[in-house]
Ligand binder design. Structure first.
Ligand code: SF4
Ligand code: SF4
Length: 180
């Protein structure tokens, strides 16, 4: 019986085709339309939150991240995805108004802890700015904000001056023409 089993094992090992792979060294080929872990272009994300609002499983939360564009994403908030709840439906990708979120091809999601499978922008960003680029963009955002503040102050001053002018005219009217 033992010899028979051994003979069968040897025959199978030597003659049959491969049925298992040496994972993780050898990965299976994925279909072209496979939906894996999301890929985020942090340089174009505007932090609108549409992806979070449309998600049927509430697995997207916007969180702070440094390597985006403060000129486009003023609050610097980017998606974080909970893969413990994601069904890979792709609705968030369809909803993104600037097409900066895509379904990628990475499919391995594992961890020792629940929080290990919650991927922040740092883990899904495939495109981001460098520290130097972020510093330049921040300086530009600051300059634009100051300009806007100055313009708003000037407009308020002008409005106040006009109102004062009208008030003075109204005060001057009763005396016009003098008493009869
Ligand atoms: S793929 Fe579907 S379930 Fe997953 S984060 Fe996007 S909308 Fe939510
Ligand atoms: S990924 Fe797209 S939909 Fe989500 S916050 Fe960024 S721009 Fe908005």
């Amino acid at each position: 019986m033992v010899l028979k089993s051994l003979k069968y094992t040897l025959k199978t090992a030597l003659t049959t085709t491969e049925v298992t792979r040496l994972y993780p060294e050898v990965m299976m080929e994925l279909p072209a339309n496979e939906r894996g872990i999301h890929e985020l272009d942090a340089t174009t994300c505007i932090g609108c939150g549409s992806c979070a609002r449309v998600c049927p499983n509430s697995c997207i939360e916007l969180v702070p991240y440094r390597y985006g564009n403060p000129l486009k994403n003023r609050k610097m908030q980017f998606p974080q995805i909970d893969y413990g709840r994601c069904t890979f439906c792709g609705l968030c990708v369809d909803e993104c108004p600037v097409s900066c979120l895509k379904m990628g091809k990475r499919t391995e999601i594992a961890g020792w802890d629940r929080k290990d499978i919650v991927y922040g922008p740092d883990r899904i960003a495939v495109k981001k700015f460098s520290d130097r680029e972020v510093a330049e963009l921040e300086a530009e955002a600051k300059r634009q904000a100051e300009e806007k503040k100055k313009a708003a102050a000037a407009a308020a001053k002008e409005k106040a001056a006009k109102a004062k002018g009208k008030e003075n005219k109204a005060k001057a009217k009763p005396g016009e023409g003098g008493e009869a």
